[in-house]
Design a protein around this ligand. Structure first.
Ligand code: HEC
Length: 225
């Protein structure tokens, strides 16, 4: 507007004083000056506009950069928070798993202990049973062996298997209950038994036998089948 006003003033000067060379010169000078001023002013305005535009562009860039930074920061924060949560969850899971494992181990250890104890008791019981069975077998073996040895002098009349009727008179003695045989032999030794008139003969057979010998003989004869 200022430029236009100056230009108008110059033109008016030319119009109203349009007489004579001086006036023309002055008018031309004024016009040239005004034109210069307009040019300068325009150039300044252009410069100012350019600067303003450049400043605006700069500001926009900076704002954009700031926005990007802020976004980055927010994203980083969100990521960190998410990582923290995940880590906490993992920790909690680990703890639970560890507790479960511990409990399972304890139970297994208890079971193993119980099994060990039961096994050890069973072994102990088996050992005891085996040892008493062995003792019983050894005892009866001893007795049977002794009875077999003593029976050698009886075999001539009663038979090696005890199934002969001695001198055709006695009963078959093989397989009779041991306590019956034992009782009869004691009676022969005491001279109180005489079934077929041969009691005295049998008394002679058993006179030198001890109680233990009689027991062994009875056990052996009872075992003959
Ligand atoms: C010389 C033959 C002879 C010899 C050896 C002999 N016995 Fe006898 N035994 C007899 C006769 C005979 C009788 C029947 C006695 C009677 O009349 O009670 C008899 C009876 C018995 C009986 C009772 C049978 C019954 O159930 O009535 C027994 C047990 C017996 N003898 C065991 C023996 C033994 C053990 C020996 C060895 C230590 C032996 N005898 C040796 C002849 C013999």
């Amino acid at each position: 507007m200022k430029n236009i006003t100056l230009l108008s003033l110059a033109a008016a000067a030319v119009l109203f004083t349009a007489c004579g060379e001086d006036a023309k010169k002055a008018a031309a000078e004024a016009t040239a000056k005004a034109t210069e001023t307009v040019k300068e002013t325009t150039s300044n305005a252009v410069e100012a506009t350019k600067e303003a535009a450049s400043n605006a562009a700069e500001a926009t860039k900076e704002a954009a950069a700031n926005a990007v930074d802020a976004t980055k920061e927010a994203a980083a924060e969100a990521k960190a928070a998410a990582e923290e949560k995940a880590a906490a969850a993992a920790e909690a899971l680990k703890e639970r798993a560890a507790a479960a494992t511990e409990a399972a181990k304890e139970k297994a250890a208890d079971a193993v202990d119980a099994t060990k104890e039961a096994a050890s008791n069973a072994v102990e019981a088996t050992k005891e049973a085996a040892s008493s069975a062995a003792a019983a077998v050894a005892g009866s073996d001893d007795l049977a062996a002794k009875g077999k040895e003593l029976f050698a002098k009886c075999a001539g009349c009663h038979g090696a298997d005890g199934k002969t009727k001695a001198l055709g008179k006695s009963a078959v003695i093989a397989g009779e209950p041991a306590e019956d045989i034992e009782k009869k032999l004691h009676e022969y030794k005491a001279g109180t038994r005489n079934v077929a008139g041969m009691g005295m003969l049998m008394k002679g057979q058993v006179a030198s036998l001890s109680d233990e010998d009689i027991k062994a003989l009875a056990a052996y004869i009872a075992s003959l089948k």
